[in-house]
Write a protein that binds this ligand. Sequence first.
Ligand code: SF4
Length: 71
Amino acid sequence: MSDQVDSNSLGLRDPIGLCTDCRHARVIHSSRGGTFYLCQLSETDPRFAKYPRLPVLRCIGYEPAEEAEDL
Ligand code: SF4
């Protein structure tokens, strides 16, 4: 049986996942040249990790950043 999600190929194409364009994500650049995605929902909701394990493929807090620009 092969009903497993192909997370390897997903990860290779998109190593970040949903945080890439989520309005709650803040990109942190470390002094060592690393890049981290900080989930701002973690500040008010303990269900979310401050630095989620990537790639995030499913997330109940995900909201596309585009929708935040609804003026
Ligand atoms: S809500 Fe989910 S998708 Fe959005 S930044 Fe946090 S962990 Fe990433």
